[in-house]
Ligand binder design. Structure first.
Ligand code: PMP
Length: 311
């Protein structure tokens, strides 16, 4: 019997590289040129960087001038969180370690059993204290739950107008429509490889007036905010992925029908199955399932042996 090809279902860890991103990267890698050089090769390299910046700004509905490229979301989150080191930070219990470990003294807002940031708890905290920064993710990487970020921004602006707001939108970009301008947050972080771009590229989007304390010192790249010769190929791949992700978002969102059918079928087979965040709004590609009484590692190993790769 023919062997079934392996199935990859771990897109929140890394989405497979989109062909358009691979093509853009290959093209750029075959050209010499440092984007800071003023000769023709340098100007061509600069164009690749600026085209990508435009594509990412379009995906996030913001101004390209607000986009700062980094080596990924871990760096982007670290830059934003460390800008507020020693100051008062509120974050949530479900943030990625690149937020939680970059702000070890932050106060963590709890989440509801459905994995949604607890708005009542946040309101109580904001009534008691005025933080310098609130950092909450837009979509959780494990449950896929879309957080009520617009409501959180409104609440923070009402109760603590001086507070800056950051959102890790890594798992949201390309999956749900982003509108950085309408959101009125101060910082947003993105990662290329969660939307079909390459690993090792990311961005901070910064509203006018928002500041960052750079982690690295060196050249004048990215308006001196993130020195270091740009990884032009990765940035070009990021731009191409952002463009395709935006164009194909309706098809990506239609995946929720398949996800729902899978969950219903599994629940019929095993009524003890627990689906996290099922009652909350979720991105279309994510399902977090537990089977009481069977350790997660055992389930993943059994699944891996029978085919799909997931986490
Ligand atoms: N934030 C979230 C929510 C993530 O899922 C990830 C990747 N696991 C990161 C940040 C880190 O992104 P990167 O791999 O680009 O450093």
């Amino acid at each position: 019997m023919a062997k079934t090809p392996p199935v990859y279902l771990d897109c929140n860890a890394t989405m497979p590289l989109r062909p358009a991103a691979a093509e853009a990267m290959l093209h750029v890698m075959q050209e010499p040129g440092n984007a800071s050089a003023i000769h023709g090769f340098g100007r061509a390299a600069r164009r690749h960087v600026e085209d990508a910046r435009n594509a990412i700004a379009r995906l996030a509905a913001t101004n390209p001038a607000y986009v700062v490229f980094t080596s990924g979301a871990t760096e982007a989150n670290n830059i934003v969180l460390k800008t507020f080191a020693g100051q008062k930070i509120f974050t949530s219990a479900i943030e990625h370690p690149s937020v939680l470990e970059a702000a070890p003294d932050a106060i963590c807002v709890p989440v509801t059993p459905d994995g949604v940031i607890d708005l009542a708890a946040l309101e109580r905290l904001l009534q008691a204290e005025k933080p310098d920064l609130v950092s909450v993710m837009l979509v959780n990487n494990e449950t896929g739950v879309i957080q009520p970020l617009a409501e959180i921004v409104r609440m923070v602006r009402r109760l603590s107008p001086q507070t800056r707001i950051h959102t890790d939108a890594v798992q949201a970009a390309g999956r749900i429509a982003l509108d950085f301008s309408a959101l009125q947050a101060d910082y947003m972080t993105l990662s290329a490889h969660k939307m079909g771009g390459p690993q090792g590229a990311g961005a901070i989007i910064m509203a006018p007036g928002a500041k960052i304390e750079r982690l690295f010192h060196g050249g004048g790249q990215e308006k001196r905010q993130r020195p270091g010769t740009e990884n032009i190929a990765a940035i070009a791949g990021f731009g191409a992925a952002a463009h395709i992700a935006q164009e194909t978002m309706p098809e990506f969102q239609a995946l929720s029908a398949l996800r729902d059918a899978l969950e219903t079928r599994l629940q019929t087979l095993e009524p003890r199955l627990k689906i996290f965040g099922a009652a909350a709004p979720r991105v279309s590609n994510t399902s977090q399932i537990s089977l009481p009484g069977v350790p997660a590692e055992t389930q993943l190993m059994a699944l891996d042996r029978s085919n799909p790769a997931m986490s």
